[in-house]
Write a protein that binds this ligand. Sequence first.
Ligand SMILES: [Zn+2]
Length: 83
Amino acid sequence: MSKLNREIAPECTKCSKKINGYTGLESGSKPSKGDISICFYCANVMTFTENLDVRPMTFEEIDNLEHSVYVPVMATVLAIKNR
Ligand SMILES: [Zn+2]
């Protein structure tokens, strides 16, 4: 895990909270198109667009995630919903 970055601030498509920080698996990495974002407030699963805005992921897109991605995404969603 790595640094918090406040350069971008799209809004959650579900609860409208500002997404004003993120962490990546690699130090210093920045989000890019297709990366996944999970809202810390409501556990909404989104994906970054070309211009680093976000849009909600469809159930089909989530279902089609590789197992190595799907498992930590779902674990994070459950952790947020159960806190
Ligand atoms: Zn949200």
